[in-house]
Structure formats: C-alpha cells, structure tokens
Design a protein around this ligand. Structure first.
Ligand SMILES: Cc1cc2nc3c(=O)[nH]c(=O)nc-3n(C[C@H](O)[C@H](O)[C@H](O)COP(=O)(O)OP(=O)(O)OC[C@H]3O[C@@H](n4cnc5c(N)ncnc54)[C@H](O)[C@@H]3O)c2cc1C
Length: 396
C-alpha cells in the first residue's frame, strides 16, 4: 500500500492549487479520474480562461452566496499570489474580468502543472471508496485527504454526483447554476440578437445585464446570472429529481426610464414627430434587429404614424417596453456552467477548509456549497479555497 501525508482527490483548478500549496512541505499524491488534469479549466472563458475577477476583495466578496465563509481564503490567497505563479501577464477586461495575455486556457493549465514537480500524480484513478482510516480504493493510504472533485455539470469533464457520497459529510440540495433558459416560444426568428444592459426579473429577483436570444431560448450574462437566483428560489434537488419549470421572466427593455417618463415623452413626441413611423421611432429605445419581433409580440403595427397611435396602444407599448415577458419551461442543462449546492458549509471550518465532522478531511472548490456569478468568480473560489485547504492540511 502506498502511503502519503496528503491525498488530493480531483485534478481541477482547486485540486491542483491545493497540491501546489501542500507539496511545499508534505508528501502529496493527486488522484485524477481522467487521463489528464484540468479538463473543465480548458473550457473556461470560451477557451480564453477568465481566471479571476480583479475587484478589491471587500467588494468582490459581496458577489458570492456566502461571503463570510470565503473571506479568509480570499485574504490568504490573493489575485497577486495567483498571478505570481505564471511567467506571463494578465489583461483586465470590462467588469474587472481577468484573462491571460496569451488568451489561452491551456497556458494557464500548463503554468499550474509546471508547479507540480514535487507531486505524485495518478491519472485514470477514479476514487470510489474511502475507508474511515483514509485508505482510498484499497491501494493508497493518506494521513489527510482533500476532496476537490467539483460539482455535477459538464460530466464529460469528470464530474459526477457519486462524489457527494464518498464520505458521510452532509450535502445541501444540488442544483444547476449559470444556465441558459429554455422558452416555451420558438425564438429562431431573433436567434443571435442581443439586448444590451436590460433589467431581467424573476419575481423579486432582478439582474442587470445583456440578454442573447438563441434558437431554444435565452442566454447571455444577464440571463446566466439570473438563473443562479432562480435555482436558489425554486425547490428541487438534482440528486433526487430534475426541476420542472413553468414560470415567467420579465425584461425591462428601457431601464433608464420610468413608466411615467415614457408616458410624458410619448405624449410630447407622438405630437411633435407625428408623421414618424412607430418602427423608426422605436430605434431610440430598442436594438434594430429586435423591433419587428417586439412589435409583433405587442400586436402593434410598425407602419403606424405616431400621431395615429391611440391611448390603448400607447399604454400597451409602454407596458411591453417596461415588462416584456417570456414563459420559461426549463434550464438548458447541458450548458449549465456551475453547480449550486454541495458540501454543507456549516460543517467546514472556513479558516482551514477542514471538516468539523471528520478530522483530517478537507474540501475545496466547487465540491463545496459555493458559487458566484459569471466573470471569473468561480475560478476565484477554486483557487483560493484550494490553496487554503492545501496550506492548512500541510501545516498541522
Ligand atoms: C463551459 C464552462 C466555462 C466556464 N468558464 C469559467 C470562467 O471563465 N471563469 C470562471 O471563474 N469559472 C468558469 N467556469 C466554472 C469553473 O470552471 C469551475 O467553477 C471550476 O472548474 C471548479 O473547479 P474545481 O477544481 O472545483 O472542479 P473541476 O474543475 O470540476 O475539477 C474536478 C476534478 O475532479 C476530478 N474528479 C471528479 N471525481 C473524481 C473521482 N471520484 N476521483 C478522481 N478524480 C475525480 C474530475 O475529473 C476533475 O478533473 C466555467 C465552467 C464551464 C463548464
């Protein structure tokens, strides 16, 4: 039987980072189910890897579902600590999103793998059993174990719900996160059209951002982020069942105006620009490629001159500009980017990532009940909690 100080299960960003930190002082083995490390990491940021988000830590923390839990790990392993591991620079894009200057996630993965010289890596090793005295699959024994097996989305990258049952550690409900939404209506006619900077709402949950129409529904950063809010409100657990969705979301197409402001403006301009056709007038408020669809759905004639629009039509126009609705029938589950839920944080020490239930067992990354919006926030979780778990496990 091979013996190690620390066995790390899962060679994604969290497990790799835990291995980098732990191997500075301990004998470490990294067990990975796939024939290679970091398969999901390679897909990140459309292959460009949005590696982290550069907001100041205090502000950054407000974007996560559990900022108190993450605080210590974020201060222990900062973005500067992360950047210092690589021999290339990083670029900052809008909303403080950070990418490698080479714009290739493979460079990030290779940069991390370069730091694993002192780690024994066992590929094609799927952990199926851990005994109470930390014997793994009857062949590896470790004094400490770090579980970094990720969530359940994109199973082709190595994730599996079976991992939640490797130990007796309590698990919260498991749900889809950062997922496009499927609409009841066919949106092929406007597939590819983007609505910039609109406000999307589901009940009381509101998100401001872009919406992109696809053949099967709605996507884009605004929708993807709203899906996290929806998943937390709707009651389901993927370990038992798939969610059944049937609800409405509303898009405020003109968040810069109140209903009253639109009312005033239309009252004036429908007179002063009376000969203008409605479809042309709407160019001030809507993306050109969306106007025809909007008018059809609103049952309004785009060729109508503004002075001829009656009060009822004007009210319908305002209502639809402020509250354009879509019926949602599901998450596009194949494209859900993260898992909401995981190892219950109530039973993990945020200062060390050690379980408070099972001594010498640690957790890191998406396996934990942690998630953030799109924009580099989820890799931030993986790297910071991975580093803290590796550091703590090797210190005691
Ligand atoms: C398409 C896509 C794009 C994304 N883009 C971004 C982005 O740009 N920025 C961002 O911040 N986040 C992004 N994310 C989210 C981010 O990739 C994840 O949050 C992150 O990879 C989680 O890291 P992890 O190490 O916890 O888990 P994972 O990356 O899932 O790694 C888990 C590893 O454990 C291995 N494993 C699982 N079970 C076992 C077992 N039983 N035995 C041995 N090994 C096992 C798996 O094979 C895998 O290698 C994206 C996700 C997807 C799907």
């Amino acid at each position: 039987m091979e013996k190690y100080d620390i066995a790390i299960i899962g060679g994604g960003p969290a497990g790799i980072m835990a291995a980098i930190a732990a191997s500075r002082t301990s004998r470490v083995i990294l067990l990975e189910k796939n024939p290679s490390l970091g398969r999901k990491l390679l897909l990140t940021g459309g292959g460009r890897c949005n590696i982290t988000n550069n907001k100041p830590i205090k502000q950054l923390l407000t974007f996560f579902n559990n900022k108190n839990f993450l605080k210590h790990s974020f201060y222990t392993f900062t973005n500067d600590d992360l950047f210092s591991l690589f021999d290339f620079d990083f670029i900052e894009e809008d909303d403080n999103r950070i990418f490698p200057e080479t714009e290739k996630s493979i460079d990030v993965l290779n940069g991390l793998i370069d730091k694993l010289d002192d780690v024994v890596i066992s590929y094609n090793f799927e952990v199926k059993k851990i005994t109470e005295d930390f014997v793994i699959n009857d062949c590896v024994k470790a004094s400490k174990i770090i579980i970094a097996t990720g969530g359940i989305t994109y199973p082709q990258t190595g994730c599996s719900p079976d991992n939640y049952f490797l130990t007796s550690q309590p698990i919260t409900d498991i749900r889809y996160g950062l997922a496009p939404l499927i609409t009841k209506k066919d949106l092929s006619a406007i597939a590819g059209v983007t609505l910039n900077d609109v406000v999307i709402s589901y009940n009381k949950n509101k998100v401001r951002g872009n919406v992109l129409f696809s053949h099967v529904g709605l996507t884009g950063p605004g929708i993807i982020n709203l899906s996290n809010e929806i998943s937390q409100v709707i009651s389901y657990n993927l370990l038992d069942d798939e969610p059944v969705l049937d609800f409405e979301i509303a898009i405020d197409l003109c968040p810069g105006f109140t209903r009253e402001q639109l009312q005033d403006r239309f009252s004036n301009e429908f007179q002063s620009r009376g000969k203008t056709h409605l479809k042309n007038y709407l160019k001030t408020f809507l993306t050109n490629s969306f106007i025809e669809y909007f008018l059809n759905e609103s049952n309004l004639d785009g060729n109508l001159e503004l002075s001829r629009i009656n009060k009822k039509s004007k009210n319908r126009l305002i209502e639809n500009l402020k509250r354009f609705t879509f019926e949602i029938t599901g998450f596009n589950t194949d494209l859900a980017k993260v898992t909401i839920g995981g190892v219950d944080l109530k039973n993990v020490n945020p200062k060390t990532m050690e379980s408070t239930v099972i001594h010498n067992l640690y957790f890191a990354g998406e396996a934990l009940d942690l998630h953030g919006p799109t924009g580099g926030y989820n890799l931030k979780i993986a790297f910071s909690t991975g580093y803290l778990a590796g550091l703590s496990a090797s210190e005691k």
